[in-house]
Design a protein around this ligand. Structure first.
Ligand SMILES: NC(=O)C1=CN([C@@H]2O[C@H](COP(=O)(O)OP(=O)(O)OC[C@H]3O[C@@H](n4cnc5c(N)ncnc54)[C@H](OP(=O)(O)O)[C@@H]3O)[C@@H](O)[C@H]2O)C=CC1
Ligand SMILES: CC(=O)N[C@@H](CCC(=O)OP(=O)(O)O)C(=O)O
Length: 345
């Protein structure tokens, strides 16, 4: 199958290429770049010289539709919504790594993304690509809205207790940390070495675009509205997300009981690993891999459950999950091309 990547010089794109290079059923035949068309890809990423030397091209939707079967968009917010309808109308499948097609509510989209949402016709066609939860819908999708990185770690950590009605839906506190690649490759002052190194900061309190996304996904499991307090932080590491989640248990439960419930919930899900009692997952343990590792502690003293969920933001949080979704859409084993071990140490 032939695929194209739009947003060619970004981190999402180069991470897609790392996995697709070894994918047995896929050839990347086009890399689209609005800033570097005409430039060989390896001029921008010299670590791929003699491996990926495709010349990047500018975006031409009708030409793209004639030449490829599926397109990955790894572009910033408010870009893909202008192009994806043209591809869908021409019968091309699309996986969008950005947030343009994730939310259902136009008012919320406008509030958190600052622009009008894509037309409801195409929002209606989009399937939210949380692979472990929406596999059947993804299998039949033409357009997959790949989840955000924080929502992936957070909702995989919470859904087992939400779906089983074990926690209070209005007392959820999410304290999440990400590495700097979460902000993409473009430069900004706060990400300079001298401002980032030996620093640790919270940002976008109450206004982060992942608040409505997390609430939308959790409400789908709870079958009622869910509210979360979400505080993202950026820490001086390249990759990784740790989402530390605090919820009030409705009734007393032991860590052991809850771990059994999580293991059962994710028993056929190759990329979700539940840790044993007393073992807390670390970001380095999933680095470069598509795993989401989850550890639990039921604090019987306070009645709170503490959930620790870690992913690599560029893999399970973006490109790895996008390829997992492509595999599901095509009826291939969902681990094809992404069954790589974490890089350790
Ligand atoms: N980084 C992460 O951890 C995660 C990222 N995402 C999402 O995936 C998407 C890509 O992220 P990432 O690769 O990290 O971001 P980057 O900033 O690294 O790359 C985005 C690329 O999009 C292209 N681009 C930028 N502006 C425009 C524009 N106005 N029109 C068309 N193309 C443009 C550029 O490539 P070129 O000039 O070559 O076209 C740019 O390099 C984003 O929506 C991001 O939010 C989702 C989950 C996690
Ligand atoms: C450090 C940093 O800025 N991280 C990004 C990660 C979000 C992201 O990339 O996700 P989307 O796909 O929803 O845009 C942020 O907080 O916006």
């Amino acid at each position: 199958m032939k695929v194209a990547i739009v947003g060619g010089t970004g981190y999402g794109a180069v991470e897609l290429l790392r996995f697709l290079y070894n994918h047995p059923h896929v050839t990347v035949s086009k890399i689209i770049s609005h800033s570097n068309s005409g430039t060989p890809f390896s001029d921008v990423y010299p670590h791929l010289v003699n491996v990926i030397d495709l010349e990047m091209e500018s975006l031409d939707i009708s030409q793209l539709a004639e030449e490829v079967d599926l397109v990955f968009f790894a572009t910033p917010s408010n870009v893909s919504k202008n192009y994806i309808p043209g591809l869908i109308d021409r019968g091309v499948k699309v996986i969008d790594l950005s947030g343009d097609f994730r939310l259902r509510n136009g008012k919320e989209y406008e509030k958190y993304y600052g622009e009008e949402m894509a037309s409801s016709e195409y929002i209606g066609k989009a399937v939210y690509g949380l692979s472990e939860i929406n596999k059947n819908e993804i299998a039949n999708a033409t357009l997959v809205a790949n989840p955000g990185c924080y929502p992936t770690a957070t909702t995989l950590g919470l859904i087992p207790v939400i779906a089983n009605n074990l926690v209070n839906y209005h007392s959820i506190i999410i304290d999440a940390k990400t590495g700097t690649t979460g902000a993409g490759r473009s430069l900004s002052q706060g990400f300079h070495f001298s401002e980032m190194q030996e620093n640790f900061r919270a940002y976008q309190l109450g206004v982060h675009k992942h608040i409505p996304e997390i609430e939308q996904v959790l409400a789908g499991s709870a079958k009622e509205a869910v509210q979360v307090s979400f505080t993202p932080h950026v820490v001086p590491m390249t990759r990784g997300i740790m989402s530390t989640i605090y919820v009030d248990l409705k009734e007393k439960q032991s860590t052991k009981q809850l771990l059994e419930l999580y293991k059962e919930f994710y028993k056929d899900k190759p990329f979700v690993r539940i840790r044993e009692e007393g073992i807390i997952p670390q970001t380095k343990e999933v680095y470069g891999s598509n795993f989401c590792d989850i550890g639990l502690y039921a604090d019987e003293r306070t009645g709170k459950l503490i959930i620790i969920s870690v992913i690599d933001n560029l893999v399970k949080g973006a490109s790895g999950q996008a390829i997992q979704n492509m595999n599901i859409m095509n009826g291939w084993d969902e681990t094809t091309g992404i069954n790589q071990l974490p890089i350790y140490p």
